[in-house]
Design a protein around this ligand. Structure first.
Ligand SMILES: C[S@@+](CC[C@H](N)C(=O)[O-])C[C@H]1O[C@@H](n2cnc3c(N)ncnc32)[C@H](O)[C@@H]1O
Length: 267
């Protein structure tokens, strides 16, 4: 269905002027972000180090603000619930072992942890600040006995994780903040940690026009780009049509490891 399809290039001058005229109240916040972007880019050439600093700055205001554009408690709860309900409808079971990439402060993770068998949730994130906020969520929700793993990561090679371990890998609103090389690194390695029959679901900001980015924070990709990138690393992609019906501005894809014959005929 692809209902969220858009050819808009949000980084173009014309779009930015139109947006500023329609929403003058948002201009000061955008200018603050642009100044922060310029300063952090000067300090950090590497994207992970840059985005870790963005998260530190956002989390200092509030953990909810750091994981979502609309930082209200109500939205935090709603978006977490939406991720959880969708994944349970699409195959997550309590005995599964789950890896959440960019787990944030457990907006959805708290529900996954509660649902999964003890010790079956593994969350990784590049931000120590948000992982501390994740611990606060665990305490607040009384989830200590489920013994989730929460681990700081510096890249997406998963080098410290075992082969064939995870039935489900999940990344919500992570690739919307990731340049192509970070996504490719993930695609190159995620197949190794997936258990036989396992899958990797992720969301992304979709454009049907020119691919673009806003500052170094928000990245817009075409579906075909990510499908081809996945195929290059032996993964087949499925666009999750029914996710488009939900009130969320990103799109979702599911990757699975290609069977051996399919791998040998791809481009
Ligand atoms: C918008 S938040 C979403 C958090 C969580 N997935 C949720 O839905 O609430 C993005 C999270 O991904 C983390 N992140 C960004 N790039 C990452 C990367 N390359 N590897 C791991 N985590 C990353 C950020 O630190 C942040 O916690």
């Amino acid at each position: 269905m692809q209902a969220r399809e858009s050819a808009r290039n949000r980084s173009s001058l014309a779009h930015r002027v139109r947006y500023a005229l329609r929403h003058p109240e948002r201009v000061p916040a955008h200018v603050r972000r642009a100044v922060r972007d310029a300063w952090l880019r000067l300090r950090y050439r590497d994207h992970i180090a840059y985005y870790r600093a963005v998260m530190a700055s956002d989390a200092a205001r509030s953990a909810e603000a750091a994981v979502g554009h609309n930082p209200s408690r109500e939205t935090w709860v709603r978006i977490g619930r939406m991720q959880f309900d969708y994944l349970v409808r699409h195959g997550l079971r309590p005995h599964h072992r789950m890896l959440e990439i960019g787990c944030g402060n457990l907006r959805a993770g708290r529900l996954f942890i509660d649902y999964l068998d003890t010790g079956h949730y593994y969350g990784i994130d590049i931000s120590p600040h948000i992982l501390l906020a994740a611990q606060d969520t665990l305490v607040r929700e009384g989830l200590q006995s489920k013994l989730p793993y929460l681990t700081l990561a510096d890249d997406l090679t998963f080098a410290f994780l075992p082969d064939g371990h995870f039935d489900v890998v999940h990344a919500h609103s992570v690739f919307s903040h990731s340049p192509r090389h970070v996504i490719e690194e993930c695609f190159a390695h995620v197949g190794r940690v997936l258990a036989p029959g396992g899958f990797f679901d992720f969301t992304f900001d979709r454009t049907e026009g020119e691919e673009h980015q806003i500052l170094h924070e928000d990245f817009y990709y075409r579906t075909v780009t990510l499908t081809e990138l996945a195929a290059k690393h032996g993964l087949s992609a499925r666009f999750m049509d029914d996710w488009e019906e939900l009130p969320h501005r990103q799109s979702k894809m599911r990757l699975t490891v290609m069977s051996a014959p399919a791998r040998s005929v791809g481009p």
